[in-house]
Design a protein around this ligand. Sequence first.
Ligand SMILES: *Cc1c(COP(=O)(O)O)cnc(C)c1O
Length: 236
Amino acid sequence: MDLSQNIQAVREKIAAAARAAGRDPGEVSLCAATKTQTDEAIRAAIAAGVEICGENRVQELTAHLEANAYAGADVHFIGHLQTNKVRQVVGRVSLIHSVDSDRLLRAIAAQADKLGIVQDILLEVNIAGEESKGGVSPADLPALAELARSLGGVRLRGLMAIPPVSTVSGENRKYFSQMRNLFVDIMKKISDNYPVMDSLSMGMSADYEDAIAEGATLVRVGTALFGPRPPMGTAR
Ligand SMILES: *Cc1c(COP(=O)(O)O)cnc(C)c1O
C-alpha cells in the first residue's frame, strides 16, 4: 500500500470522472476520511497532497488536533454529531457535513454565536430512507434549510448524503441524482441574498465516480487512500 500513489490514483479518477461528465475537475474536492488513522498517517497524507481531512468521531478529532496532526490541511467533521459534543467541534473545523436536526442546528449556531464566529455547515439528507441512519428526510429538508438560513451563527453551504454501501457499480446513482435535484431545489428556495450554496458532499471509495457524474463537489474517500480499516472498536 503506497499512500501517495493511492492519492494520485484517486485524484486522477476524480478528474477523469469530472471530465467525462463535462465538468471542470477543479469543481470537485477530495476530503480524506481519516477515521481510525494515526497522526503519522494523517501527516503523511497531507505531505502527499491531501488538502482536506474529514473526521468522524469527536474523540479522534480532539486527539489529532492536540497532536497538531492536521497542520497544512483543512478539517471537516463528517460523522454523526451529538448535541452535547458541539462545543468540541464548532470553530475547530471549517465545515460540518452532518447537521440533521433543529436541535443540533440550534446548538451549533448558539456555540458559534458564543465564539463570535460563523460556522459553515451542510445538511445531511437520509436519501435512501434508511431506518438506521442519520439525516433529515427529503420532506423535512426545506424547513431545516430555512431555519439554517435564519440563524446568524451558521452558514449553509449545501447538502451531504451517505447512501447505502454499494457493491455494484452504478447502484447508488439514483440516490446521487435525487440529491442533486434536492440541492438545486433548495438553492432556488433560499438563494435570495444567499449565494454560498456551493457544496454537494457525496460519494465514498466504492462510488465516488458515480457521485461526480451526478454533481458531487466534495467526495469523502477513506479506504481507497489508506487501505482497509481495522473493525470499529479495535485499538488504533
Ligand atoms: C468512513 C466514511 C467515509 C469513507 O468511506 P470509505 O468507504 O472508506 O471511502 C465517507 N464518509 C463518511 C461519513 C464516513 O464515515
